[in-house]
Design a binder for this molecule. Structure first.
Ligand code: GDP
Ligand code: MG
Length: 303
């Protein structure tokens, strides 16, 4: 996880020679940090924010007696990154399910994102996660477009013993999702996880289809699913999906193969929405609740 980014940051810290936090020293360090972040596909806007915040923090220390500039720098950078990674409104999925339960209704979650980012597998992982916590779910096979997608979800359902509501290819995805919600209501199921089609993000038919699903099913939560390996392109996808359908949180997949970490660092800051889960592999258990600390420990040297 984030090997390339961690190595570069560690290297930059090893060769720090500054002995004060004068504007000149800060700017020297920041210009190196900026290069590292950009090379690892942290969004430009997020990179600028990190460097500006760091400069601001350090400038107040200019006249302090500095015995260990390196450790002050490290602590300051940790604080800045923590702010960048911490969402203003975190989402607690279990709390949301409990709230819905009190209203005698299932929590409705729709998953959006381009093809191949791991939407369908994320639904299976979250179905298992909920089951492990004692909550039931039903899957809605709302990708009625891509060949094989319905069977793929059905296979996950079979493996996990979770019911999948499906119709034929080409059928109305909103109607499939609606059926699944009715099934959940009648059976007292805790959560409805709605799969959707991906295609490419610029496809306006797709956006219209997704908007219709939202209109018909009124999801409690809309999750944007992204592939961390796509770096900056993930950031533009998240922005577009947020504009077109409004997202509540992100799931970042393929973190296990991501050496750069740019998407994980930028997406909360850019979308102003929390990352809720990280996908860290291809099995059902390869799902982690997002934690800024864990990300930081994979980026920054320990001391
Ligand atoms: N290494 C890795 N592969 C993943 C992860 N999530 C999904 N995948 C793989 O990505 C591919 C596409 O996943 P799928 O769920 O079909 O994506 P969808 O098109 O968005 O529904 C599959 O081969 C998955 O096994 C992850 O966190 N790590
Ligand atoms: Mg799929």
């Amino acid at each position: 996880m984030f090997d390339q980014l961690r190595k570069s940051v560690s290297k930059a810290f090893k060769k720090i020679t500054i002995t004060d936090f004068s504007a000149k020293s800060i700017s020297r360090f920041n210009s190196e940090l900026k290069d590292i972040l950009i090379k690892n596909e942290v969004a430009v806007k997020t990179t600028d924010e990190i460097c500006n915040k760091l400069a601001q923090k350090l400038s107040t220390m200019e006249h302090a007696r500095l015995s260990n500039t390196r450790s002050i720098l490290l602590t300051s950078l940790r604080e800045v990154l923590m702010e960048i990674l911490t969402p203003s409104q975190p989402i607690d999925l279990i709390k949301e399910i409990e709230e819905a339960k009190k209203q005698n209704s299932p929590l409705i979650i729709a998953f959006f994102g381009v093809n191949g980012v791991g939407k369908t597998l994320s639904i299976a992982k979250i179905g298992k996660y909920l089951m492990d916590q004692g909550y039931s779910s039903v899957f809605a096979a709302g990708d009625t477009f891509r060949a094989g997608s319905i069977q793929q979800l059905q296979k996950h359902g079979e493996n996990l013993k979770i019911r999948v509501i499906a119709q034929n290819y080409g059928s109305d995805a909103a109607a499939v999702a609606y059926d699944a919600i009715n099934h959940a209501i009648s059976q007292g199921i805790n959560a409805v996880l709605i799969d959707t089609a991906g295609r490419i993000e610029t496809n306006s038919n797709l956006m219209a289809e997704l908007q219709k699903i939202c209109k018909v099913t009124e999801p409690d939560l809309k999750f944007f699913v992204g592939d961390a390996l796509t770096g900056n392109s993930l950031i533009s996808q998240a922005t577009l999906f947020n504009q077109k359908i409004g997202i509540d949180a992100s799931i970042l997949n393929k973190i296990d193969a991501d050496v750069k970490g740019g998407a994980a660092v930028s997406v909360t800051h850019i979308s102003e929405k929390p990352i809720i889960f990280l996908g860290i592999g291809q099995t059902y258990g390869d799902l982690e609740l997002f934690s800024p600390d864990k990300i930081l420990n994979n980026i920054l040297p320990s001391k």
